[in-house]
Ligand binder design. Sequence first.
Ligand code: ADE
Length: 246
Amino acid sequence: MPPAWRVDVVTTFPESFEGFLEVSLLGKARAAGTIDIRVHNLRDWAEPPHRVTDDYAYGGGPGMVLKPEPIVAAVEDLRGSDGWVGLLTPQGRPLTQRRVAALAARRHLILICGRYEGVDERVRTLVVDEEISVGDYVLSGGEVAAMVVIDAAARLVPGVVGDAGSLVGESHADGRLSHPQFTRSEEFRGQRVPSVLLSGHHERIERWRRAQALHRTVRRRPDLLENCALSDEDHQLMDEFPPWDA
Ligand code: ADE
């Protein structure tokens, strides 16, 4: 069976992806052939003999800009019939769980890692489908951002997470934060696990968890509720079960 999801990464630092792609969920899914992630060195598409990938900015200023020719050549080689091109840049569209799900649903992504002061603007106008930012801060390059995209999206590709049920109810899956979790011991440094979790009463536990998830979202991330207001049932649950740590 062909892999459900293919990603081609284009970077000037391919070695940064080494450990990341080999361990844990991604390592297993790649070994099983569920996903196919290939990392390419941009220099392979740069002009010999020096294979330079960057140059000074027209108009002056500090720092170097990635040249358009190698990137466009890489995309044209890798894109095939179904490739969708994302450029990692702090100027891009902010990544959310909803966007992550959309990227996981595409069959083939090409992720271009920006570097230095930026990427020649003609890359964006000629071959990029979307610019992606992983947050309002500046990384030293797009590599870590591409890893964020790959990690978050691969988990949503069918067959990558063994128990798909574990994706339901996790933070951001439904636009809200998740509920608090506890494991043994029942008491630790004077703090007891909420008794409802020890009751074995599954329906009550489920209701308690939903209430705690709502309290947590209201307190920590009220912005998430702007597009997804609380229902009457949500309010009832929150009244029935106050915050566990109030
Ligand atoms: N490259 C540098 N900073 C970045 C960010 N915040 N998101 C995506 N790519 C980046």
